[in-house]
Ligand binder design. Structure first.
Ligand code: HEM
Length: 395
């Protein structure tokens, strides 16, 4: 019988949270004991139950993205009223509908192959030669390439360009780290954020004019969204699609290794989808989702008042199910809460799944388990992850 080693995996995950984001670590520790929904001083309502969290995410009349506590509040401060209206209004539905075909399973497979295939082939060669590769660094480069390709920005530059794209996204997201108690950005933070946005959107003007219709910026032009909103959406995508994807990939690679379940996956490759789902469930890279209470609401028997804020602690809601287990079936209570829910359910869910599956397939393509020979947790990041994850396959 295969023995699954849970404690090593849990220890490594805890270290990622502690090193990456002490505030998040403290919130998770405290919220473990608060029950399904509780009011916490300074933070607002904290929800840890998956069904209650989904109720909040599905109730768009009472819980909004924009307004104190909502994710869109920061975007509105950065990009103005038009972006605020976008998150809550008809434009949002229109853009999602127009872009839907770019995010299907099939489009995701094409996108991953087009933007990352060459890198994966090179990675496989290095592993076959017995070299050690840094999976964490690779995920950062691959995430930058993928998002650039999807937007219609140049996707064939040297790796260093995409490391910079990723680092800029990380810096912008990092500015949101002090917003646990309020999503109102101080003037200094706003100025720093605008400088990072200029860096991220450097090629957007040209791409908005010239990119093909199979890209996001090309679609924005066809919809006549205007350059300012297109810049906002490009930045949203650059943030939404990079850190979470890279974190989910490195952490799934580590979880499969640390729990000793590679042999089971090698013996039954049909478990690949389960391994990806479990990696996303246990790592839940978007550990907390914020919402603004737009109208009075009753959730889990508690009365929430308009103007308050809610933190949905998805990390706990999904992890309460149990440890990483590739034989675990789909869990109906959590569904895919790591991708959110309702109108703003992650648009890149298929892209994220395909990326992780592609990395696992590559690392196991020698037909033998891989070994993590060294690792380092990233420090002070919004999304906890590995700064470095050195992997090798014994020849
Ligand atoms: C492991 C990887 C990922 C995770 C865990 C994740 C998680 C999430 C979550 C939780 C939300 C909802 C936020 C909210 O409701 O406030 C979201 C939204 C979004 N994600 Fe992802 N994401 C991942 C990867 C990606 C990728 C690869 C892309 C793009 C290629 C992407 C694009 C988006 C976009 C555009 C939204 C906004 C959707 C909207 O507001 O309608 N995500 N993501």
């Amino acid at each position: 019988m295969i023995r699954i080693r849970y404690s090593a995996a849990a220890r490594h995950e805890a270290r990622l949270l502690w090193n990456g984001h002490k505030g998040l670590f403290a919130l998770l520790e405290a919220a473990r004991h608060t029950g399904p929904i509780a009011r916490v001083p300074r933070l607002g309502w904290v929800v840890t139950d998956p069904l209650l969290a989904r109720r909040v995410l599905n109730d768009h009349a009472r819980f909004g993205m924009v307004g104190e506590g909502g994710v869109g509040h920061m975007w509105a401060q950065l990009f103005g009223d038009e972006m605020a209206r976008f998150f809550g209004g008809a434009r949002h539905t229109e853009v999602r509908t127009e872009a839907r075909d770019l995010f299907t399973e099939e489009s995701a497979r094409h996108l991953v192959e087009r933007s990352q295939g060459g890198h994966h082939a090179a990675l496989a060669e290095r592993l076959a030669a017995g070299e050690t590769v840094d999976v964490a660094d690779t995920t950062r480069v691959l995430a930058g390439r993928l998002v650039s390709d999807l937007l219609g920005l140049p996707a064939d530059r040297p790796d260093g360009v995409y490391r910079k794209v990723f680092a800029a996204g990380e810096r912008l997201a990092g500015l949101a780290m002090g917003t646990a108690a309020s999503t109102e950005l101080a003037p200094g933070v706003l100025a720093r954020a605008r400088a990072v946005v200029d860096e991220i959107t450097i090629g957007v003007d040209e791409a908005y004019r010239t990119a093909g219709p199979e890209t996001i910026l090309g679609r924005c032009r066809e919809m006549d969204l205007g350059l300012p909103l297109a810049r906002g959406l490009a930045t949203l995508l650059a943030i939404a699609g990079t850190e979470t994807g890279a974190s989910g990939t490195s952490r799934t690679v580590a979880l499969l290794h640390d729990t000793g379940q590679q042999e089971a996956l090698l013996a039954d490759p049909g478990l690949l989808d389960n391994a990806v789902r479990e990696g996303l469930r246990v790592s839940t890279p978007a550990a907390v989702i914020g919402r603004h209470v737009a109208r009075d609401a009753t959730i889990g028997g508690r009365r929430l008042r308009a103007g308050e804020r809610v933190l949905l602690v998805t990390y706990l809601a999904t992890n309460n199910v149990g440890p990483f287990d590739i034989r675990r079936d789909y869990v109906p209570e959590t569904r895919q809460l790591w991708f959110g829910g309702g109108r703003h359910l992650c648009l890149g869910a298929a892209v994220a799944r395909v990326q992780i599956a592609r990395m696992l397939q590559n690392l196991l393509s020698q037909g033998r388990p891989y070994r993590i020979v060294a690792r380092r947790a990233a420090a002070r990041v919004l999304v906890p992850t590995y700064a470095s994850l050195q992997v090798t396959v014994q020849p």
